[in-house]
Design a protein around this ligand. Structure first.
Ligand code: 8X3
Length: 253
């Protein structure tokens, strides 16, 4: 048995849950391949974490399968044996009745949240199967559990993530690969700023009158899942803010 360090690849690492997960993993001694579209953000994170662990940067947009493959196939030999994949890249774009939906917004959500997750996973699963070992953590949403008004396509994209997590678990368990699906509720990140296309005032209202979850709250659970003993799969976790009981049911003071 070798004492190989654990390597995690995290998508969406330049902000929010992805970034918080990178920090939690670094504190736990997990070496990191941090991926995102914004090189400057990734470099700042690399600098912050490199005192703890080795950190490698990959810049790509998960929606571009060619770029995903080129980046992951091009990893140096010492980074190729990825133990943990955290699929955190994804976002909501727009919040409107389906008949008023913007096709570009729909494409963004389906392309990143569903296709992008598949592209990155495809590039990494073969190696995990070969090594008969690995752990995939998919960041879904409470939107994947319940559909809410004005959110049909975002909810659909997250329901797809739920199905992919289930399917991955069915197909990969026999290869020694664990699959964890995490469904966060209201987490205060730039999620709502992106959803409302930069309207910070509207975004702030989403988190008014209650204490929302932080990205660190979600990262704690992800770390717990990957640290669980090898015979334990944390399969599916839904995490609400304590004031929230369904996606659109929030007790505000
Ligand atoms: C984010 C949570 O409730 O806005 O995925 O859909 S919610």
């Amino acid at each position: 048995m070798t004492n190989k360090t654990t390597i995690a690849l995290i998508t969406g690492a330049s902000s929010g849950i992805g970034m918080a997960t990178a920090k939690a993993f670094a504190a736990a001694g997990i070496e990191l391949i941090i991926c995102g579209r914004r090189k400057d953000k990734l470099e700042a994170l690399q600098q912050e974490l490199s005192g703890f662990v080795k950190v490698y940067i990959l810049v790509f947009d998960v929606r571009n399968n060619k770029d995903v493959l080129t980046a992951i196939d091009g990893l140096p030999a010492e980074w190729k044996a990825i133990d943990i994949l955290v699929n955190s890249a994804g976002n909501a774009h727009g919040l409107s009745a389906i008949q008023d939906g913007d096709i570009a917004d729909w494409d963004m959500m389906i392309d990143a949240n569903v296709q992008g997750l598949l592209y990155v996973s495809k590039a990494i699963m073969a190696g995990m199967v070969e090594r008969q070992s690995g752990h995939i953590v998919n960041i879904s949403s409470v939107a994947g559990k319940y559909t809410y008004a004005n959110g049909a396509v975002y909810c659909a994209s997250k329901k797809a993530v739920e199905a992919i997590s289930e399917g991955m678990r069915l197909d990969l368990t026999q290869h020694g690969i664990r699959v964890t699906n995490i469904a966060p509720g209201a987490v205060e990140t730039d999620f709502s700023v992106v959803r409302f296309k930069g309207d910070k005032e509207r975004a702030a209202k989403v988190y008014e009158g209650f204490t929302p979850l932080t990205p660190e709250d979600i990262a704690d659970t992800i770390l717990y899942a990957v640290k669980a003993p090898k015979h334990v799969t944390i399969a599916d976790v839904t995490i609400y803010a304590s004031a929230q009981s369904a996606p659109s049911t929030i007790y505000r003071k």
